[in-house]
Design a protein around this ligand. Sequence first.
Ligand SMILES: Nc1ncnc2c1ncn2[C@@H]1O[C@H](COP(=O)(O)OP(=O)(O)O)[C@@H](O)[C@H]1O
Ligand SMILES: [Mg+2]
Length: 268
Amino acid sequence: MADLVIRKLGKTYFDLYAGRHVTAVADVSLEIHTGEFVSIVGASGCGKTTLLNMVAGFIPPSEGEILLGDRQVKGPGPDRGVVFQGFALFPWKSVLDNVAFGLKMRGVPRAERLRIAEEYVALVGLAGAESRYPTELSGGMQQRVGVARALANSPELLLMDEPFASVDAQTRMTLQEELTRIWEAKHPTILFVTHDVDEAVFLSDRVIVLTRSPGTVRAEVPIPLPRPRSWGRLVEDGRFKALVARVLALVRDSDPPTNPAGGQERSG
Ligand SMILES: Nc1ncnc2c1ncn2[C@@H]1O[C@H](COP(=O)(O)OP(=O)(O)O)[C@@H](O)[C@H]1O
Ligand SMILES: [Mg+2]
């Protein structure tokens, strides 16, 4: 297990259509500690996916560096698991084989990888669906498979990019509750990206708010709500509502960046 350290990270794309450079992420520095659940929120287009993709190693930074423990991130690797909004499952593989895929790639013997895959399929509540194929599953079930597949590799860091954005509202709440339960059981380090402020506050130990494009850290808001968390408990909880209001104000840029009461907020 290792901390994630991001130093002065920036990304400038060349926009072929507009014929000019676009800075999507600028001067982002942050640290995520082992076992922590941190969300990044910000308006659509503020650079959240770009930031996550750099941490995943899918795209190279233009500036700065990313360290996982003492290793510099230079490309994708099994130390980081990724769950996207799209389900990205192999349609020709069963649930169990989808979850076992990364273990197979790493040469884990068949009996062992099936045992591990079964454990994670059960952890996400899909026991009994092991031999089904992705097309036979609802969106919520497919996303559970995606979470199980990422966790089965025991990554040091789980990266999630709006993973619940394409399921219906009821299913999303269930998946959020399940994710907090899984996090409490396994304590993976999670960096979760979303534009949904309620979701970020519900899930996280800490919420990082990005400014509008180019995305840079506007504020960090600690979320000291007790766990386990459930929507039944939190939806009427005054502290939850106050935290949501505060993060929402920061996202909408209507709050001054100085905040003596609430942790380490800083202007960006
Ligand atoms: N491959 C790319 N080429 C050019 N511009 C891009 C590319 N990917 C993203 N962008 C731009 O970078 C900005 C941030 O995008 P993105 O990281 O997807 O934001 P978010 O995930 O917060 O919605 C946007 O202005 C987007 O148009
Ligand atoms: Mg995005």
